[in-house]
Write a protein that binds this ligand. Structure first.
Ligand code: GTP
Ligand code: MG
Length: 330
């Protein structure tokens, strides 16, 4: 779909290209953001602008706050799988033990705070797909590693932790939320379209951990009162395994993707390794997920799935459902 851009947009874009400092570039990008028509056809451009504005805002702020401890990109984690989900929470809440139960990652787990110092990725299997989980250092009012700002920008969702073995669990989790707000990261149950390109909303699931603790039941009541209506919540014990299957499903659901299987003409579908694409994707958009060129080149497609589709030929705008099998003709 073509985006009709007003002429002033191109002037601002030229200023962005010519800008020498981060501040000049940011000012031009903000103008472009204001001038950009916000509708479905411009969604891709909106996303690109938002990311650039957020990156530059973060860069300028980090430069102002003094020399960096780590060079930019030191802890860049290449995205893998159907989506990336970061673990955010106070110290000692059980983030590292949990990732070791859900993936093959083996970060150090210890009965004292501030054990994890660097991001640790691991791949979690759920519903035939793999999701990248990233264990992160703890976040408190005073402790915040700046690379978390970058890593949360490239994440699709977050798991926020609340420790049911600690009377201060709710207050500590609140401190994590507040510290992230300062870094312009807003933890939300569902993303909303907001007009502030400098703030990044992260779709969040709350994991109330260590439910095996002997006083966990009382704390759970209090924690649910404070947080139950703010985030979708899963009560877990990484130690005993309670709630882990539910959490896997909640993480998959948070990604907002469907699984689509491909097949070659005359052959059965490969039911082991589905592609994933955003809920609501059309056949043409799905073709673009399979290969960059395919969205343009797609001539027709056949779909098997649900009760209605048994190999019917469908148009480019046909919306796919989770579990559909598609034969692309390009
Ligand atoms: N009883 C119980 N203990 C747990 C559970 N999960 C974690 N722990 C214990 O809590 C302590 C902290 O666990 P970690 O996984 O290291 O916590 P963390 O959130 O990664 O801590 P930082 O890296 O400091 O942020 C360890 O002693 C774990 O064994 C659980 O579900 N039940
Ligand atoms: Mg840890």
């Amino acid at each position: 779909m073509a985006v009709n851009l007003p002429p002033h947009y191109h002037d601002a874009e030229a200023r962005y290209q010519k800008g020498k400092t981060a501040e000049e570039k940011l000012a031009a990008l903000r103008e472009m953001w204001v001038l950009l028509p916000k509708h479905k056809a411009s969604e891709k451009v909106q996303a690109i602008l938002k990311t650039k504005i957020s990156e530059l805002t973060d860069q300028i702020e980090q430069e102002k706050s003094g020399p960096k401890k780590a060079a930019p990109g030191t802890f860049k984690i290449p995205r893998q799988g159907a989506g990336t989900v970061v673990f955010l929470g106070p110290p000692n809440a059980g983030k590292s033990l949990l990732i070791s139960k859900l993936t093959k990652a083996a970060p150090t787990v210890a009965p004292y705070p501030f054990t994890t110092r660097e991001p640790v990725p691991g791949m979690m299997d759920v519903r035939d797909v793999r999701v990248q989980l990233v264990d992160l250092p703890p976040i408190t009012a005073d402790a915040y590693e700046h690379f978390i700002t970058d890593l949360t920008r490239s994440a699709d969702a977050a798991v926020l932790f609340l420790d049911l073995a600690d009377d201060d669990g709710p207050a500590n989790t609140e401190a994590t939320i507040e510290r992230l707000k300062q870094a312009r990261r807003q933890l939300v149950p569902e993303k909303t379209s907001d007009d502030d390109p400098t703030t990044y909303q992260l779709k969040t699931i709350l994991a109330m951990t260590k439910c095996d603790d002997e006083a966990a039941d009382i704390r759970l009541e209090i924690a649910k009162e404070a947080f139950g209506s703010r985030f979708p919540t899963v009560v877990i014990s990484a130690e005993r395994g309670d709630g882990l299957a539910e959490l896997r499903e909640a993480i998959f659901a948070a990604l907002g993707v469907i699984r689509v299987y491909t097949k070659q003409p005359g052959k059965p579908a490969d039911k082991t390794a589905p592609f994933t694409c955003p809920i609501g994707s059309t056949v043409a958009e799905f073709a673009g997920c399979v290969h960059n060129d395919f969205e343009e080149k797609l001539k027709s497609a056949r779909v098997w799935g649900g009760a209605q589709f048994d190999g019917q030929t469908v148009g480019r705008d046909h919306i796919l459902m989770d579990g559909d099998v598609v034969e692309l003709h390009v």
